[in-house]
Design a protein around this ligand. Sequence first.
Ligand SMILES: *[C@@H]1O[C@H](CO)[C@@H](O)[C@H](O)[C@H]1NC(C)=O
Ligand SMILES: *[C@@H]1O[C@H](CO)[C@@H](O)[C@H](O)[C@H]1NC(C)=O
Length: 337
Amino acid sequence: MWLFTLLLEVIRITAADAGQHWTYEGPHGQDHWPASYPECGGNAQSPIDIQTDSVTFDPDLPALQPRGYDQPGTESLDLHNNGHTVQLSLPTTLYLEGLSRKYVAAQLHLHWGQKGSPGGSEHQINGEAAVAELHIVHYDSDSYDNLSEAAQRPQGLAVLGVLIEVGETKNPAYEHIISHLDEIRHKDQKTSVPPFNVRELLPPQLGQFFRYNGSLTTPPCYQSVLWTVFSQRAQISMGQLEKLQETLFSTEEEDSELLVQNYRAPQPLNQRTVFASFLQVGSPYTTGEMLGLGVAILVGCLCLLLAIYFITRKIWKKKLGNQKSVVFTSVRTTTEE
Ligand SMILES: *[C@@H]1O[C@H](CO)[C@@H](O)[C@H](O)[C@H]1NC(C)=O
Ligand SMILES: *[C@@H]1O[C@H](CO)[C@@H](O)[C@H](O)[C@H]1NC(C)=O
């Protein structure tokens, strides 16, 4: 009995150990996540590659309103290197309006690539990744007490995804995070950040977005996330991107592995539908197809015009013929008088 208890304890510890250690590449990399975390092998995983010509336009998707983002209180916010990402905790005074329940904020974090390599975002649009991605994680506070409880329930979480691209100027909102990275270079280090306007991390226009049911993009990959990925992107400077790529380490040791390429590959869409709040970004047709379509329409119009012309001419001629005969008969009748 005692031995049995001991054995159970050993199994529990080993399982917990296997459960705690995961990376993006290598023997504990993303291909191996499902072995330790079964949900990572599920059929509604995130991120995905959003094919814009296969999304379903839903005119009834209400606009998302971030509330309380402008003024996240007076308390400073915790910024944490957890070995997988840099994470900022958020107060529950920040919440989302426009979903079927009230989703309050819990934390935000970033995903990025490696200096000199393309890619870095988790979601892709038509097969193309951005250089980084911001995730703002919220949970359904109408139904659940806290994040960890909600994270295991269908639609327990609502995450905003913002694709980030490189622009000309330093983004002052992102600087509130990036300027503190030096204080948390190693795993498990924490620092405090003065509250700032979190709304400014988002792109200016929030009206155009994609919506689908998916998962956490890291183990345990719970399939509990209602995703909103904005079409418009946020911009940071090249300097800010490089700071993000070159400052943090994924372990506690000095000069260990840089914390880079912390993004998961796109997962199969399977039977899911991706909804869009807007009609196609670009045209669903290529330039060649557009040209072909244009020529076809032109030729069609010409044919129609020609047909109308000939028909009218025929009718006109017939009418003219009738009139002539009328005139002729009338002339004849007058001369006969
Ligand atoms: C979250 O809520 C559940 C259920 O109310 C509770 O059992 C659990 O201890 C809470 N967890 C945290 C981290 O507060
Ligand atoms: C997500 O799944 C729920 C439950 O199956 C469904 O009611 C809802 O319409 C889905 N939402 C999206 C955006 O696919």
